[in-house]
Design a protein around this ligand. Sequence first.
Ligand code: CP
Ligand code: NVA
Length: 301
Amino acid sequence: KSGYIPRHFLSFADLAPKELNRIISRAIDFKASALDSNVALRLALRGKTVAMLFSKRSTRTRVSTEGAVSFFGGHPMFLGKEDIQLGTNESLHDTSVVISSMTSAIIARVNRHSDIKNLAKFSSVPVINALSDLWHPLQALADIMTMKEHFGDVKGRKLAWIGDANNVLHDLVIACAMSGIHMGVATPVNYPLNPEILKIAQDSAIDSGSKIQVSHDPLIAAAAADVLVTDTWHHSFFPLTRLTTRISMGQEMEKEKRLKEFAGFQVTLELAEKAGASKNWKFMHCLPRKQEEVTDEVSTP
Ligand code: CP
Ligand code: NVA
């Protein structure tokens, strides 16, 4: 590895639009080849170990990345927060140096974004962000890929985000701007989109022709939208595990306050109709949805 400078993927802010397009078209090709049992593809990661450092729960991201590394012939090494020394007698610096000395890449899910930045800073192999409190680039990749698979050309389509200004939105607004997808963002007044992230998206939008409208009005966001998107902002109790979850992970204490502030931000058929969403609009959500965020008719048509 000597002289090698790893390239990390911590957010879409790290990528050029061309790179985003390339990653998505490769993902679409890989998916088709995988279905054809392409043998070369199955050896692509042969002999490589990918550390999966997850300090937060995950179902979809863990299963998809762990399954993908294994599918490509590599060894995914899952390291939950109870498995390794990090945070007990070992710092992020130590963990990063040691793990990267013995693996080919690190996929990490962390609490604070500064944690993954530190991991990347000291790592001698590429670090891929599998969610931090600020960004969730793999989710935005999956969302743009889904739109491409569904619509073909996505340039000029409109995506409406109705809900929390969170990690998923941060990457999605930049990815849409890079892809020429127009975006209507409506968040509650006390949950504005981070202006620095908006600026990155606006800069990309100049080249791609994407228009980004930001407001606190779901009707403005959903006007002429082809896709309506939200993410979790509500809270539930799961009898099976006796766990109370989840607004975005780590925000569970804010339940009552949020319920009031998000009134009017539920995605409904009426909202889409009143706003004048496009005729065959679709709905996307990165998690099993909650009734407060979106009605049954929308998510199970
Ligand atoms: N969409 C997503 O990241 O889900 P998980 O939290 O289950 O990985
Ligand atoms: N915003 C959510 C996304 C989970 C996939 C969270 O951070 O928990």
